[in-house]
Design a protein around this ligand. Structure first.
Ligand SMILES: Nc1ncnc2c1ncn2[C@@H]1O[C@H](COP(=O)(O)OP(=O)(O)OP(=O)(O)O)[C@@H](O)[C@H]1O
Ligand SMILES: [Mg+2]
Length: 112
């Protein structure tokens, strides 16, 4: 099992959600976050306003997926979240050593 974490532009959330649903991702956790990347100290446009501060609002999205689904999920996030401009975000994958559905105590792929 893998955990995909993606930091994306807030306005891209709906597109990314739909794209993930299409490839079979069944659950998501979404958090409002702030951050910066390589251009720290430079401004970035967010909702038409230029941010001179270096912490830009972003959405952090976490999805637990089976190994088999991981590549398709990554591809769908990249396609849906990309604008080609600076600040499109970051994506990383970590191993999940255990996944449990609390209601049923199912584990692993059955718990996703
Ligand atoms: N090295 C990092 N560690 C943790 N979070 C990061 C890192 N780089 C970027 N982020 C997060 O991702 C968000 C978007 O980063 P961003 O897309 O600007 O990355 P970048 O490397 O500067 O790429 P680009 O040159 O396309 O802007 C940041 O606001 C921050 O929340
Ligand atoms: Mg950047």
């Amino acid at each position: 099992m893998k955990v995909i974490t993606a930091i994306i532009r807030p306005f891209k959330l709906d597109d990314v959600r739909e794209a993930l649903a299409e490839v079979g991702v069944t659950g998501l956790t979404v958090t409002e976050v702030k951050g910066f990347g390589r251009q720290k100290g430079h401004s970035e446009i967010y909702r038409g306003a230029e941010y001179v501060v270096d912490l830009i609002p972003k959405i952090k999205l976490e999805a637990i997926v089976t190994d088999a689904l991981c590549e398709a999920a990554l591809e769908s996030i990249i396609n849906a979240a990309r604008t080609g401009k600076i600040g499109d975000g970051k994506l990383f994958v970590t191993d999940a050593s255990e996944v449990v559905r609390i209601r049923t105590a199912e584990v692993g792929a059955d718990a996703v």
